[in-house]
Ligand binder design. Structure first.
Ligand code: GDP
Length: 194
């Protein structure tokens, strides 16, 4: 699958503004700093798409990017900021939960996990939400270029162990070497056709 043209379709701050369109979509989620913007840029061949999403004020929103007039890449707000006030965390939860439970057009979520850190408590919670709502997902282990060979060998088992689930699909990914880009694109294609 090739991605040629990406444009920001809508930025959403409150559940009522979620767009109702016929487009199918795949979404990306993970803790802040996990490498989500870098992954999106890599997929879109540096279309400056994540630059848009990291503009002030847009980081706490859901950004819908329309790809080649055909489907959405959905950039969900990063979680795990230590200093975010409780009210903001609640707003984030409400927004994400309304999104996950109401989206018939959502075909797959890519849950990004930092390969050096492994799944955090918030990542586990996110996975539990996805299981609860019956949304298919794939784990993307980011920044694998930073792993030592010995760590690389243990990556899948570390992630399975962290999630307490040996059935997760894991794609090792690096924005630096572009490893995993084709696998993610293939998974997107498959999801959109399902
Ligand atoms: P986001 O907050 O999840 O959007 O994370 P960013 O994409 O902004 O990345 C956070 C930091 O990790 C930045 O300093 C990136 O340069 C770095 N980073 C992201 N992906 C990779 C990767 O694949 N390899 C390496 N070595 N660094 C990465």
């Amino acid at each position: 699958m090739k991605i040629k043209n990406v444009k920001l379709y809508k930025t959403v701050y409150v559940p009522e503004d979620l767009p109702q369109t016929p487009y199918r979509e795949v979404a990306f989620v993970g803790r802040s700093n996990v490498g989500k913007s870098s992954l999106l840029n890599t997929l879109a061949n540096n279309f400056k798409l994540a630059k848009v999403s990291s503009e002030p004020g847009k980081t706490r929103s859901i950004n819908f990017f329309l790809v080649d007039g055909k489907f959405f890449l959905v950039d969900l707000p990063g979680y795990g900021f230590a200093k975010v006030p409780f009210s903001e965390q609640k707003r984030w939860r409400d927004l994400i939960e309304s999104y996950l439970k109401e989206r018939d057009t959502l075909k797959r979520v890519f849950l990004l996990v930092d390969s050096r850190v492994g799944p955090t408590e918030k990542d586990v919670q996110m996975k539990e939400w996805l299981d609860f709502y019956g949304i298919p997902y794939t784990i993307v282990a980011t920044k694998v270029d930073k792993l030592k060979k010995s760590e690389r060998v243990k990556l899948k088992s570390k992630i399975e162990k962290g999630f307490g689930d040996s059935n997760v699909t894991v794609i090792p990914f690096s924005a630096k070497t572009r490893e995993g880009r084709q696998e993610v694109l293939k998974e997107i294609k498959k999801a959109l056709e399902s």
